[in-house]
Design a protein around this ligand. Structure first.
Ligand SMILES: Cc1cc2nc3c(=O)[nH]c(=O)nc-3n(C[C@H](O)[C@H](O)[C@H](O)COP(=O)(O)OP(=O)(O)OC[C@H]3O[C@@H](n4cnc5c(N)ncnc54)[C@H](O)[C@@H]3O)c2cc1C
Length: 454
């Protein structure tokens, strides 16, 4: 049996990036992907006759990772900027009514750079704004780092936590602000805060001057194309990609590593695990608490008032709003290519469900209700022409799981790639995968030194 140079487990964007890098460096690479197609959380669907994303749909421009990969691999894709309308926030205002307002222009994870700015004050109300404006004059935080929710409340007051930080944290990171720390979510902001002693000053120093939601790019025709083209260049470089191939076990033997798939073992010098967290935990023999799945509904809606984009590119929802949705993306209001492809008056809307909410957005009536609450446009169930409900069972990697997986992989001399190692999002996953591939090409056997890293 041939001993491969590298077996990559998982054909998501991380696995494909590593396969391309390793194959073009001359390594004999096999990618094992359990699904029928590669791409992982970059997946194509067809709604209203138009190809759209059923997973990730944009990438953050805080790193040049995606742009560099496209240039270096010469991927034949075109970048698309989002339309300038920006996103809104839905929150519970006075008398319990749902209010909507543009997201503050200058904020990071909902933490405002200027609590008195009109776009922040409108959301916080008078008392909330007064309290938040005191942040600059508070003493620096001492002792252990509190959760992001506690930190935001301590520094800015409860209104900033409920109306801004919690909705942003849940919709972008799929985690409660009470269960994460700022140092893990945004290390640069935490460092800036430690230096300046004020979060307002730290956000002011780092927040882009552009409208919230505009520090992203998409790809003409959908982000799923990135994975499709990456697979094509990996194949051309000589990688072997085996779909429908679930890896069951990684067996370390005196003679090397065996990757066990159904009815077969693949001997290899190197293994990269680039799966979701639960799959990685099974392969590495780690016990981790299961995370809630991510649920998304993509709906085709024919409603002229909705097509007029009443909430710009979409809505992020505060937890106290009475709806099973935590975010809405109005696809054709965000991407020109989608607007151009859809018939006039037809919109495509992505609704992501609150964590733990199952079945709340999978009927036309439920979708119509959620759209009405979040956009203010009365949509009838009959206007919801089609809906596609997608469940991503292994998308969220809580910090404790990441630490456990990193330790277990290092102990076994196995490299860990993808969102489980780098954090959520292409802006982190792709540069991490490329750095890992460079290290693997330079040191093509597992390093002994890495085995005991803690
Ligand atoms: C609904 C949704 C929207 C998102 N939106 C954005 C966005 O707009 N921008 C952004 O940057 N990020 C977004 N993300 C996150 C982003 O998609 C991920 O961070 C990124 O795609 C992770 O890539 P990956 O290669 O690490 O993992 P994955 O894409 O999960 O790939 C892992 C692969 O491993 C395979 N696998 C699992 N177990 C095995 C096994 N035992 N054997 C073989 N193969 C196995 C899986 O089938 C899968 O194909 C979104 C995620 C979701 C779910």
């Amino acid at each position: 049996m041939t001993t491969h140079d590298l077996v990559v487990i998982g054909g998501g964007v991380a696995g494909l990036t590593i396969a391309w890098e390793a194959a073009r460096a001359g390594l004999d690479v096999v990618v094992c992907e359990t699904g029928d197609e590669t791409g992982g959380m970059l997946r194509r669907g067809t709604v209203a006759g138009v190809d759209v994303d059923l997973g990730a749909e944009s990438f953050a421009t805080r790193t040049s990772g995606v742009v560099d990969l496209v240039a270096d691999a010469r991927l034949p894709v075109q970048f698309a900027p989002p339309k300038p309308a920006g996103a809104h926030l839905a929150y519970r205002g006075a008398l319990g009514r749902t209010r909507r307002a543009p997201l503050p222009r200058r904020a990071l994870i909902g933490l405002p750079a200027d609590p008195a700015a009109p776009d922040v004050a409108r959301i916080l109300g008078r008392a909330g704004t007064r309290r938040a404006a005191q942040e600059r004059s508070l003493a620096a935080v001492a002792g252990a780092e509190p959760s992001l929710a506690d930190l935001a409340t301590l520094r800015y007051g409860a209104a900033v936590t409920t109306r801004l930080v919690e909705p942003l944290c849940r919709s972008v990171y799929s985690q409660d602000a009470a269960s994460v720390r700022l140092s893990a979510l945004h290390p640069a902001l935490w460092a800036e805060f430690a230096e300046r002693g004020s979060l307002t000053a730290a956000v002011d120093a780092l927040a882009p001057a552009t409208r919230a939601g505009s520090a992203v790019r998409g790809i003409e025709g959908g982000l799923w194309r990135l994975a499709a083209e990456l697979q094509a260049v990996a194949l051309r470089a000589g990688a072997v990609i085996r779909t429908g191939t679930a890896v069951r076990e990684i067996r370390s033997t005196a003679g090397g590593t065996l990757v066990v798939v159904d009815g077969e073992t693949l001997p290899t010098r190197n293994v990269v695990v680039a799966t979701g967290p639960a799959a990685a935990a099974r392969l590495l023999g780690v016990d981790v608490a299961p995370a809630a799945p991510v649920r998304l509904t993509v709906a085709e809606i024919t409603a002229p008032r909705l097509a007029a984009a009443p909430v710009g590119s979409g809505v992020i929802v505060a937890p106290d709003v009475d709806t099973p949705a935590k975010a809405l993306t109005h696809v054709d209001a965000k991407w020109e290519w989608a607007a151009a492809a859809l018939p006039a008056g037809t919109s495509v809307v992505r609704l992501s469900a609150r964590d733990g909410v199952a079945g709340g957005l999978d009927t036309p009536a439920a979708v119509a209700r959620a759209v009405r609450t979040l956009t203010g446009v009365a949509v009838s169930p009959g206007a919801v022409r089609s809906l596609t409900a997608v469940t991503w069972p292994d998308a969220v990697c809580p910090p404790a799981t990441r630490i456990a997986l990193t330790r277990a992989a290092a102990d076994r001399g196995i490299r860990l790639a993808g969102a489980v190692a780098a954090g959520t999002g292409l802006a982190s996953v792709i540069p991490h995968a490329r750095a890992l591939a460079a290290d693997l090409i330079a040191h093509p056997t597992p390093h002994e030194g890495a085995r005991h890293v803690r």
